[in-house]
Each structure stands twice: as C-alpha cells, then as structure tokens.
Design a protein. Structure first.
Length: 181
C-alpha cells in the first residue's frame, strides 16, 4: 500500500475546493495517510457511503483526481479535497499502482452547494440586512439591479429578497463590495 506523508486536509460534510478553504476552517495535518487507486472517485464525492473494509482516514484516487475520506463506524461522514500540489503528488505516486475494488454501499446523496462559499456568505449578509436598511438604500439597490425606479418600499424589499435568493449574480457581488466592505 502506498502512503503520502504530512499533508493538510479540510474535512467537511461536503468537499470544498482548495481555493475556497477559509482561515475559519479547521485544517487537519495528517502525517501519514494511505492511498488507494480506484476506478472512479465520483460516488465518494456525490454520495454518503458505507465502507466496511476501511477505517480511519484514506485517500482514494482514480489517477487524475483524489479525495480524502474520514471513515467513522464504517460510514464516510466527512470528505476533503487535497491541495493542487498534494493531489498531483498522489496521482504521480500511484500512476503504476493497480486499481483496487472497494466494496461500498451508497446511503444517500450528499448535499453539495454549487455557489462558491464567498458568494453564499455575501448572499446571507445581504438577505439579513434587507429588512433593516433605509428606504433610500433599498431604492438604490433596486435601481442598480433592475435599472427601474420605484417608491413602493414593500415591493422593493420583497423583490430583492426573492432575487437575492434565486438570482444572486455579479451585480449583487459588486453592490456588496460597494456597500458592505
């Protein structure tokens, strides 16, 4: 069995891309972790799975991508992507290694948010402030988003709440950076 030594992992309920790791995340330094080459890592990313034959922490790689799993009582509650350098190192290390079959059972689909964490944070802040900002600021935000004027503050507030939830885009990011930074 191959191992990689001294890497940092960011175990969470869903895998978070390395470039989205935050200073508030609890990174875990792992001094030695086994690597197993498999046919496909996709099920381990998309689903919560049960694996009877493995325990503790392991990295699975298909030779192109890799993911770390934390296994507790035969279940995989936490996963972590690797840094770019570590993933490259893992793939190079197992290039000539034969693939292994892992016996696993899919439990349920993993809830993986598609927006970037930074965008989710900005969206949450903007939604929390909509009810408390004054009418002039609401009119300004509404105009910047729709290019329309309106004096009906209740309609503006309801429109913005729905639009921020369902259509958070670069216009909102720009407004957030103007108003709240």
């Amino acid at each position: 069995m191959k191992f990689i030594y001294d890497i940092y992992l960011n175990f969470n309920d869903y895998p978070i891309n390395y470039y989205e790791w935050s200073e508030n995340d609890t990174l875990e330094r792992v001094l030695k972790i086994p690597i197993i080459k498999v046919d496909d890592i996709t099920p381990f990313i998309l689903y919560n799975v049960e694996i009877k034959d493995l325990s503790d922490k392991v990295i699975l790689s298909d030779g192109i991508n890799a993911i770390a799993l934390e296994i507790i009582d035969s279940k995989v509650p936490y996963v972590s992507y690797l840094t770019f350098d570590d993933e490259l190192g893992v793939c190079e290390l197992i290039r000539e290694t034969p693939r292994q079959k892992i016996d696993y059972k899919i439990l349920e689909k993993r809830d993986i948010p598609t927006p970037l964490r930074k965008d989710l944070f900005m969206q949450k802040i903007m939604l929390s402030k909509i009810d408390f900002i004054d009418s002039d600021e609401l009119k300004y935000i509404y105009y910047e988003i729709t290019n329309k004027d309106s004096s009906n503050i209740d309609k503006i507030r309801e429109f913005l709440k729905g639009d921020i939830k369902n259509n958070f885009n670069q216009k909102y990011v720009n407004l957030y950076e103007k108003i709240y930074k």
